[in-house]
Design a protein around this ligand. Structure first.
Ligand SMILES: Nc1ncnc2c1ncn2[C@@H]1O[C@H](COP(=O)(O)OP(=O)(O)OP(=O)(O)O)[C@@H](O)[C@H]1O
Ligand SMILES: [Mg+2]
Length: 252
């Protein structure tokens, strides 16, 4: 089969997700081109996280399709999506409490990194060094990378997830409210990481309630309301006021 060249990283067509009687996602059709940073905004419960979870295989959609680089992608679990090159920072973090920092940073990567999947002393050392390098970019201070996550703060855990995604992501990085739990300094460090990804032309899909952040980072703004995508706008063409009225459904 010959591959069709496509300008799109991600496309969804009429994606729907019902939870029992709740239509959390209604015919979401969306596309994202290579090199774009797109922000998804919307009120609590608008369907933003559901959209992400149904793209990355955390959940299976009720109907509709997802295409990744032009090819239909029905990821059965988040690990399949990671293997395909989608790194995601979930709103409810997918980190493992009983593993330490380094092990979490390399979660699901061990097999591609090492031949036999068993950690040798040397590999552990290399992983720790690499983990330290990735984490230093987030400004978060974690003294001991052998520390298990169960003892760490929400902000520290979030920074680990972000550093992991930014470090591994090549084809697409999705972040669901990455800075919601972070302090001012850490938020600005994460925003710098995202700027760095932009400069490297790595597509980033970021969900955020912080409109200042959205306007600083995104090329386009996608608004969700009551499970539907109600608007997709170039950031340079809109004001914060207009975005707010799309979010709330008020007439602009
Ligand atoms: N596992 C689930 N079972 C049942 N209903 C769910 C489930 N997950 C989400 N929902 C419902 O689906 C709707 C969309 O939820 P979702 O988490 O996608 O919202 P969101 O836009 O991410 O909101 P927030 O900004 O608060 O994170 C909500 O009404 C929510 O209650
Ligand atoms: Mg959410």
């Amino acid at each position: 089969m010959t591959k069709q060249p496509t300008p799109y990283v991600l496309e969804t067509n009429n994606l729907c997700k019902n939870y029992g009687g709740i239509e959390a996602l209604k015919n979401a059709s969306f596309s994202m081109k290579k090199g774009e940073t797109i922000a998804i905004v919307g009120d609590n419960g608008a369907g933003k996280s559901t959209f992400v979870k149904n793209i990355t295989g955390v959940e299976q959609s009720t109907s509709g399709t997802v295409r990744f680089f032009g090819e239909e992608a029905n990821f059965e679990n988040p690990f399949e999506a990671r293997r395909a090159g989608i790194e995601t920072v979930y709103q409810n973090l997918a980190l493992i409490d009983f593993l330490n920092v380094t092990e979490n940073m390399f979660l699901g990567r061990e097999l591609t990194f090492f031949n036999f999947g068993l950690f040798s002393w040397l590999n552990k050392k290399k992983m720790k060094k690499e983990a330290k390098k990735l984490l230093s970019k987030t400004n978060v201070h974690i003294n001991n990378l052998d520390q298990k996550l169960v003892n760490m703060s929400g902000g520290q855990r979030q920074c680990i997830a972000i550093a992991r995604a930014a470090g591994w992501g090549e084809k697409l990085i999705i972040m669901d409210e990455p800075t919601a739990a972070l302090g001012v300094k850490e938020t600005s460090a994460v925003e710098q990481i995202i700027q760095g990804l932009k400069e490297r032309q790595i597509p980033v899909l970021i969900i955020s309630h912080n409109l200042r952040q959205v306007f600083d980072l995104a090329d386009k703004i996608c608004v969700f309301r009551q499970g539907k995508i109600v608007s997709m706008m170039a950031t340079k063409d809109v004001t914060e006021e207009q975005v707010v009225s799309k979010i709330t459904g008020a007439i602009a």
